[in-house]
Every structure is written in C-alpha cells, then in structure tokens.
Design a protein around this ligand. Structure first.
Ligand code: FE2
Ligand code: FE2
Length: 258
C-alpha cells in the first residue's frame, strides 16, 4: 500500500480496526500533492469532546485504585491514537519531505498503533474498553501549526514525546508501587519506544535546522506555534532518557530553567 493511501485511510477510518491497520508492505512512489487534513474521522463514541475542568487525571495518591489507574491508561491510549493521526497528517502534509524521513515517520506511526493496542489490552484486563471514557482533541489542536517537517519534529518528537520521557517513567513507578506490574511493564515499553521517537526527532532536527544551533532552531520553530520548551518536560526531569535519545546535556539544563 502507498503511504499516502494508508494515511488517508487512518484519518478517514470509522472503526478502530481501520485506525490500527498496519499494511505488511508500504511504498512511497506516488505521495501526491500536499493535503492538510482538518480533523480526523473517528469511530462511533470516540469523537473529540471538550474537556471539562473536573475531567483531570486522578492524582497519584489515588492510583492504588485499579479503576483510577484505568482512567489514566484510557487517557494515555487517547494520546497514542492522536499520535497515530498526527503522524498520518504529517505524511499527507509533506509529500516532498526526504524519503528517509517519511519512512522513519511511517515506522514510528506503526509503533504508535502498537501502543494503542497495548493500552487497549491492558484496559480490557482492567474491565474497560478503549472508547468507554471521553476522548479529547488535545495534541490535534496543534496540527495547524505543523507547517513543515521541521515543525513536526519540533512539536511532536521534541516537545510532546520529549515530555513523555518524564511522564511515562513517573506513572510506571507509581503503578509498580501499587503492585500493578503489568501496567508498569507497559509504561516501560512506551518509554523505550519514546526514547527512539525523540531520537528520530533529534536526528532530523539536525538535518533540517540549517546554520543555526539545534536549540535556536527548535525554540524559534516553537515560537511560531502555541508551544514553548516548558511543554517538553514533566515536573521531574529524567536526563538519562534524554541522553539515550541523543539530546545533549546543555539542553537538559536549559529545559530545566525554562
Ligand atoms: Fe506512543
Ligand atoms: Fe511516540
């Protein structure tokens, strides 16, 4: 299947199975003209909803309750589905991006589909189906600001996914503390993949940045979006995961102070 056709199928899918369709062979011979997809179609009951103030994630001290852990896992599954859709958006938006970038992006998309499946399985074990709880627009609201491949790596890989290098291990530790090893293992898998997704972003930031420093290219790109470096971290920074992703130490210090 052509990557463009795959991306269109994902964004217009009305079943979760179609959102998670992973063709065994992908080609990229006719990427076509650029398309900036407005909003993804969603399976029944999974449409974007406005988040009410009270629909916050349960606090850590309540996560001894498996139902509360399931609420967290459902929210994270929603983030994974958004990642799938944003990556499909990016494949459609930049048909002329380097082939190797598109291939790497397609591989990341497949891993995000895998993450949805992993969360779904764990949710089922906890007695919940993916879609039972509300799903929000969240990261999709940033797609109009993804106007180049440099914007994509800056927004998705180096901001949202970089922040997950802090959030995934914190939730993993918390789940383990309450004896939920299966959910903790799931978070460890997510973290491992996320390190490589951030690494992909770092690699391509260096290719796309031109003469500027990586930091200037990233922050200047973010300045044209709704984001800032503040969004690239959790409340506790894990330098070791950033190092594994190739992010240099001076970034850690600068992100800490931002
Ligand atoms: Fe993911
Ligand atoms: Fe990711």
């Amino acid at each position: 299947m052509e990557m463009t056709e795959w991306a269109i199928r994902i964004l217009s899918a009305e079943t979760l199975e179609d959102k998670l369709l992973t063709p065994p062979f992908l080609t990229d011979e006719t990427p076509g003209a650029a398309v900036f997809w407005k909003e993804p179609k969603r399976p029944p009951g999974m449409a974007f909803r406005n988040r009410k103030r009270e629909e916050k994630l349960p606090p850590f001290h309540e996560l001894s309750d498996p139902d509360k852990r399931a609420v967290c896992l459902h929210r994270f599954a929603g983030h994974e589905l958004l990642a799938v859709e944003i990556m499909a958006y990016t494949l459609l938006a930049f048909p002329e991006a380097p082939k190797r970038f598109r291939k790497g992006l397609a591989n990341t998309l497949k891993e995000e589909q895998g993450h949805v499946r992993l969360y779904r399985k764990r949710l089922n074990e906890l007695g919940l189906e993916f879609g039972d709880l509300p799903l929000f627009k969240h990261f999709w609201a940033h797609t109009p600001f993804i106007t180049s491949p440099l914007h994509y790596v800056s927004v998705m890989n180096l901001t949202f996914e970089q922040a997950n290098l802090d959030f995934a291990p914190i939730y993993g530790k918390c789940f383990a503390r309450y004896g939920d090893d299966d959910s903790a293992k799931l978070m460890a898998q997510i973290l491992k993949d996320e390190i490589s997704h951030v690494g992909f972003g770092w690699h391509w930031l260096r290719k796309f940045k031109g003469e500027e420093s990586e930091w200037d290219a990233w922050t200047k790109t973010l300045a044209t979006t709704l984001l800032s470096p503040k969004r690239a971290k959790g409340f506790y920074i894990h330098p070791e995961h950033r190092t594994k992703a190739g992010i240099p130490h001076d970034w850690v210090e600068r992100i800490k102070n931002n």
